[in-house]
Design a protein around this ligand. Sequence first.
Ligand code: ADP
Ligand code: MG
Length: 380
Amino acid sequence: MKQKIQEKFKALFGEEGVLYASAGRINLIGEHTDYNGGYVFPGAIDCGIMAAIKVNGTPKVKVFSLDYNESAEFGLNEEDVPEKQWARYIFGVCRETIKRGGKVEGFNAVFAGDVPLGAGLSSSAALESCFAFALNDIFGNGIDKFELAKIGQSTEHNYCGVKCGIMDQFASVFGKEGALIRLNCKTLEYKYFPFHPKGYKLVLIDSCVKHELASSAYNKRRASCENAAAAIRKNHPEVEFLSDAKRVWLDEVREQIPEEDFLRAEYVIGEVQRVLDVCDALERDDYETVGEMMYQTHFGLSRLYEVSCEELDFLNKLARKMDVTGSRVMGGGFGGCTINLVKEELYDGFIAAAKEQFAAKFGHAPKIYNVVISDGARKL
Ligand code: ADP
Ligand code: MG
């Protein structure tokens, strides 16, 4: 990829650019916990975005996307917002850097990536954090890493119409090889934990379905969580978010809230604890416990939180049947991928069975993405 990017840069601009890269991400465990003030546990992966960049001495940004085989050119003022969606991510990063007092002047760039688009691996965060990191380095702005992640998040909010949380950009900026990062979504404190699953593979199976309930169901789940937290708060005023509540405090209010809200809250409180249990297990190199927690999360997402779907439950059940160590739906639900922790000797059989049996039942093949936990945003 490096070579292709530099060749194109040379052909367009007559020299070579400086190379930067960033990464997509997975979340091992900690789902639907972010808006409840709980933990998420993401890591950067070995697919991402790579860009060659060089200041061009003009007021314009000239960018070429190798994957779309398209170019875009735009100025750096608010009204210069480009038409093309992919260019808006880069424009947004420039604008959000400028809004924070950073310097950005015209530059040339060629970029490409290998994060599958819209599969739940956050190709958009990879793109944002690659450029946020690069501009900060090139123009010597000295913006700290957390703010670089926020530049990406604000880009999604203000230029791409996606009201996302901070996890994706955080993971993409802070990611390190062989480490997952536990982020407390309430305090934004974070801690690295070792992730060296020797003898295991981490593989995503993309169901390639997206059921349309997702956004209305998401709002309903949030409302249930807030309702449960409000009921608990009457007895325990220190409960700001649902994740602050102890399981027994939820039991105290069982009769006061709809059963559905109780089940949603039961999942969230359990999930926050599971993240902590997984972190403990990782410090002991105990990947079997990690895997068991992943299955528990899937059960919770499917039966208590009710955000799974037939395709994802099918993949999860098959994983269990084939002695896969851990498997769960990753992301908001209603489609997308399962994330699986598989012993190397079982890998080939599992993947072959998943492809064949899924296709036989649902009429299309799933996609398979092998991932390794790797470095996030960096200069090459
Ligand atoms: P994801 O879940 O992968 O983040 P999004 O819809 O949020 O999905 O972001 C995908 C968008 O990000 C693409 O439509 C495109 O505009 C941009 N993008 C991601 N990867 C690339 C790439 N390699 N080249 C150009 N644009 C990209
Ligand atoms: Mg995205």
